[in-house]
Structures are given as C-alpha cells and as structure tokens.
Design a protein around this ligand. Sequence first.
Ligand code: FAD
Length: 327
Amino acid sequence: MDPTLARLSQIPNVTVRRDAPLSEYTRFAIGGPADIYAETARVESFLEALAVTRSSGLDYMVMGGGTNLIVSDAGFRGVMLRFVAKRLLAAGERVSCDAGAVLQDLVDFAIDRGLKGLETLAGIPGSVGAAIYGNAGAYGHSISERVRQVRFFDGERVRVFDNAECQFHYRESVFKRHKEWIVFSGELLLEPADAGALRETASGILKVRNEKFPVTMKCAGSIFKNFLLAELPSGVAARVPAHVIKEGKVPAAYFLEQVGAKGMTRGDIHVATYHANLIYNAGHGTAADLCALISELKQRVRSQFGVELEEEVQYVGFANPCSASNH
Ligand SMILES: Cc1cc2nc3c(=O)[nH]c(=O)nc-3n(C[C@H](O)[C@H](O)[C@H](O)COP(=O)(O)OP(=O)(O)OC[C@H]3O[C@@H](n4cnc5c(N)ncnc54)[C@H](O)[C@@H]3O)c2cc1C
C-alpha cells in the first residue's frame, strides 16, 4: 500500500491521507478507516489517481459528501477517491455543474438566476455527482427531470450520455449499475421563473425538512427505498390504505410502522419515534448495530408482508449488504 500512497501523493493537485477515518467523512459518523483517501478537483489528476490505484490492484470506490453511506466498523480496505470540483456555470436556461458541487449550492444558484426545476430538491444533502448517480429527489420531483447530459469516465474513456442513456428511474441510473463509472459533471436544462416564488417554495421545503432531519442528526435520510405501487404484489397493494399512497409510491415507512419500527433501538442506533424509515446514530453507534437493526426491520417486513425492503443507502466495506444471513 505504501508505494501506492507515495505514487498518489506525487500527482499534482491530489490530496492524500492514510488511514482516513471514514466516520469523519460521513454524516452517519460511523465506520472505520479507508486505507487511503485521495481527493482532487482536477479531472486529469483524478484520472491519474485512478490509473495508479487500478495498477496497484487495490480496491477502490468513489464517494461524494458521504451523506448516503454506511461504512463498516472495519472500514474500507482500499482507496477512497473523491472528486471535489465545484464549478457552477449558467448560460441562459442551461446550467453546467461539476460533480463535486454541493447540491444545495446548485439549487441556490438556479434560484438566484430565476431558473426553475431544482427548488424541490432544496435540503437534500450531498453532491451533484451522487444526486445524478442515485437520481436524488423529493416532493414528487427528481434531478433526472432536468438532466440534459452527464460527462463521466467509463473505466476506459471520458464519455457523455444524454438523458435517455442515463436510464434514470426512481432512485436509479445507469451509473448506479456501473460502480466503476465516475460522474465528472452534468448539464441541466431549467426554465425561467420568478426567483422570489422559487425561493419561497425552497424555504418552505427546507423548514419542513429541517424539522424532520435536524442538521446535526447523524443519519442518511431514508434508509429504505419506497415501493412503486405498480410493482407491489397485488395482494400486498390491496392491503395498503389509499391515503398512504403518494405519487404512485407506497412509503417504506408504512410497512415499517406496521411492524413496530418506530422508536426501536440497538445500542446508540435508533429508529426515529416520528418516522419509521429514519434511523440515526444517537451518539457512538456502530455499523454492526446499524446493520443488525436494518436486518431485523427487513426480516419483520418480509415475514409480515412478504415484501423485501431495499436499501437506498450504499454500503462501504461490507462483504454483503445487511441481511438476516449476516447475523
Ligand atoms: C438528512 C438527509 C436527508 C436526505 N434526503 C434525501 C431526499 O429527500 N432525497 C434523496 O434522493 N436523497 C436523500 N438523502 C440521501 C442523500 O442525500 C443522497 O443520496 C445524496 O445524493 C448523496 O450524496 P453524497 O454526495 O453525500 O453521496 P455519498 O453518500 O458520498 O455517495 C453515495 C453514492 O454515490 C456514489 N457517488 C458519489 N459521487 C459520485 C460520482 N462523482 N460519480 C459516481 N458515483 C458517485 C458513491 O459511490 C455512493 O455509492 C438524504 C440524506 C440525508 C442525510
């Protein structure tokens, strides 16, 4: 590992850290160290760092703001790469953004220019790159509705995909299915609107969100994806009260609530008493406890409803996602 660390540190504009505690880089504040952490704001430097990492044979992964990650207590044996370029540019109704930009900065940037289309994403933490990767969204809208192009590295070369090629779905994209691909930037197409009205929408959303997810809360937002009503087995769909269904989706929280998730705890890992799909670290929680609680919830929903909860969060340094078989 040391020769790789040395080679990475020689690349211009790359900042390298050894045994980087990922608990410091993630909002959950859980997990052990990455053997090596390397970040840069330059595409050429990033590609060089990636080439060095790949030639070393070490495992690697790319992270953004760490707001949707669960890192194992043992940490990550390999190189954690981060692309931190943050440029935002507007040309008429088009906005270009680097993957390392903070999503909220992009939302504010668009609103300040009287550009509509991102205001409902106000308050979603993390980077633009990860928002594209996971098709982040809230309040009935997702970033995919505005993405025109994405520039990324496919492991061989830098390419550009248009919206259709990104294969966006609910919290899904082609990038999520190709873990070795790295998003560098995106171009969004917005539409003119009154900045004041947009700001009002965004601040209303932020107020609600800050109550649900206090800014100091160590969590990853919703742990599980919601279900698309159309994809639920008809027998299960028939058991869901109509008022629970929102925008064609059945919240995972509905099933979790039925199985008594609210207020469950394991060590310092708690399920919020007011939201069954919100798990947080109340102090010095461990990934083992978090994983055990996730497994327990999946097991309860499986046995009571016959449906499988799927995590929205991404795992780092785990051999398998948390499941009953892990424990
Ligand atoms: C309080 C709270 C509320 C939340 N609310 C919402 C919500 O309403 N809607 C929603 O959609 N999400 C929500 N989330 C989840 C999270 O904000 C999003 O998933 C966000 O997009 C993650 O961004 P990040 O930069 O922190 O990514 P990270 O957590 O660092 O990484 C997430 C994934 O993205 C990949 N990734 C990161 N950067 C790149 C890149 N440049 N290229 C390729 N892959 C990359 C990583 O490999 C990883 O698999 C919430 C999280 C929190 C903590």
